[in-house]
Ligand binder design. Structure first.
Ligand SMILES: [Zn+2]
Length: 70
């Protein structure tokens, strides 16, 4: 098998998702995957206002493309 060099790069045109999960024990609240960071953050603010839960785990996913080096 021949080694073929490739490069991996962030692919901005495919978008990203932002999601927040409440970390309070027994609460399974989540913003769900959102295309905008502001939407996920707004969900946290509303969740804290409604429940008093104030710590969230945040997850951001992006896309990466692998291309063969010439
Ligand atoms: Zn909660």
């Amino acid at each position: 098998m021949r080694f073929v060099p490739h490069t991996i790069r962030h692919e901005p045109h495919s978008g990203a998702t932002f999601e927040a999960f409440c970390t309070t024990s027994g609460c399974h609240g989540t913003s769900g995957p959102e295309p905008a960071q502001d939407t996920a953050q707004d969900w946290c603010l509303r969740h804290t206002g409604r429940t008093g839960h104030d710590l969230f785990r945040r997850v951001v996913t992006d896309h990466a493309r692998v291309t063969r080096d010439e």
